[in-house]
Design a binder for this molecule. Structure first.
Ligand code: G3H
Ligand code: 13P
Ligand code: ZN
Length: 331
């Protein structure tokens, strides 16, 4: 049975982005696949008084079961309100790849969808995105489109190299499609290995330093579509602290490199209104669980390792909202 996001207590992203643009910060979009991640997102954003976008990939929807996931999301809003958290919460489809998937999410209570047509030729991307927008706007669901391709795995398409967004296309894309926000490619990429070691320099502490994001492209895009909400995908920082815990406890993540926090802070002050973070949450959970398995080999109660992982994820989210996105204390 179809359900509307308004009835579940979600909001779309329109007002969130308006305020983020005016306030010079970005709204965090955290991915979740399970209960502990969702609890950490709600508690972390509730405690730091940050608006939040909880986002679900099609893989997450398959993993958790779409019906289970819809009720988990509804439960998250109810839990937030019971705990006295007043922040706005949007439920967003991450990297939707078909019109039918977007419709299915809208029917199950999503307040925002991404239609990622970036792997298609420009005209097909425009056509697909415009079709989703036309449908979504009937229900006041907001739509994120994408121009440019991030390096790494996106939509099951693996791109060896970033194809930066062409600023010359953005005005036409926004006008023809009617999208509410636009994801762009300026050097970020998905996952924990965002750059090859040979693309990086090494600093005094022996840490790999990636090439800077293409702020020149971002500025040109802002100049062409002033005041239009921009989205950054692939924005995990791959925090060395957690990579180290993983590697010290039997893991093997070699040369994992993310986007430096100060560059994300700079982006958050611009027209970038939404910053997507998934890998950093995965790394925190893995680090804490590995550490506990290593230090307490007799432990077998999932609450004893998932609980501490959830608490650490809550802390990481609060720190990001405060120091990187600037979204803390905005509600
Ligand atoms: O951008 C992709 C997100 O990190 C979701 O990843 O498709 O493995 O759930 P996933
Ligand atoms: P990360 O892999 O950098 O966390 O990016 C997540 C993302 O862009 C989800 O759409
Ligand atoms: Zn993404």
């Amino acid at each position: 049975m179809a359900v509307s996001y308004q009835d579940l207590g979600f909001v779309n992203t329109r007002e969130m982005f308006k305020q983020a643009m005016a306030g010079g910060y970005a709204v965090p979009a955290y991915n979740f696949n399970n209960m502990e991640q969702l609890q950490a997102i709600i508690n972390g954003c509730g405690q730091s008084r940050s608006p939040v976008i909880i986002q679900v990939s099609s893989g997450a929807r398959k993993y958790a079961n779409q019906t289970m996931l819809r009720y988990m999301a509804e439960g998250a809003v109810r839990m937030a309100r019971e705990l006295g958290y007043e922040m706005p919460i949007a439920l967003h489809l991450d990297h939707g790849d078909t019109f039918e998937l977007c419709v299915s999410c809208i029917e199950s209570g999503f307040s925002s969808v991404m239609i990622d047509g970036s792997s298609h030729p420009y005209e097909k991307n425009v056509e697909l995105t415009a079709r989703v927008v036309e449908y979504a706007h009937r229900y006041d669901v907001t739509v994120e489109g994408e121009l440019g391709v991030l390096a790494g795995i996106e939509d099951d398409v693996e791109a060896a190299k970033s194809i930066y967004t062409d600023p010359e296309q953005v005005e036409d894309f926004v006008r023809q499609t009617g999208v509410d926000s636009l994801a762009i490619s300026i050097g970020t990429s998905h996952g924990a290995y965002k750059f090859k070691p040979e693309q990086c320099t090494v600093n005094d502490q022996g840490v790999l330093v990636p090439p800077p994001l293409r702020f020149d492209i971002l500025e040109e895009i802002e100049r062409r579509i002033p005041g239009f909400p921009i989205v950054l995908h692939g924005s995990s920082s791959v925090l060395p602290k957690y990579v180290e815990i993983i590697n010290n406890n039997g893991g093997r993540l070699e040369a994992a490199v993310g986007i430096p926090e100060e560059q994300l802070r700079q982006a958050a002050k611009s027209a970038v209104c939404k910053i997507n973070i998934d890998s950093d949450g995965r790394l925190v959970m893995t680090a804490i669980i590995r550490k506990i398995f290593n230090e307490k080999p007799a432990e077998f109660d999932p609450r004893k390792y998932l609980g501490p992982a959830r608490e650490e994820l809550t802390r990481m989210i609060m720190a990001k909202n405060e120091k990187v996105l600037g979204s803390a204390g905005r509600v």
